[in-house]
Design a protein around this ligand. Structure first.
Ligand SMILES: [Zn+2]
Length: 84
């Protein structure tokens, strides 16, 4: 998987988890407790999956190093090569 593809998937999963957490928050406020646990659990799983993808594939193709927390970069901060 290319780093840019991994970044896209990571961001989509991150936003999905955020939306789920928002739903949990809203449901908690309006006393809808039925779906809170599965939603919170799902959000946790998605966050973990997203982190694993990021750690595994958000890496420079040239020097192989982790590209860092910053997601909107075009060049590797370590070797300066463009991110594919
Ligand atoms: Zn690099």
């Amino acid at each position: 998987m290319s780093p840019k593809k991994a970044r896209t998937i990571h961001l989509i999963l991150y936003v999905t988890a955020f939306v789920l957490m928002l739903l949990v928050y809203i449901m908690q406020k309006s006393d809808m407790y039925t779906f809170i646990l599965p939603l919170a659990f799902g959000a946790g799983i998605i966050l973990i999956g997203s982190s694993i993808i990021e750690m595994a594939f958000w890496r420079c193709k040239h020097c192989g190093r982790y590209l860092g927390r910053q997601k909107f970069i075009e060049y590797c901060p370590h070797c300066g090569m463009p991110i594919e």
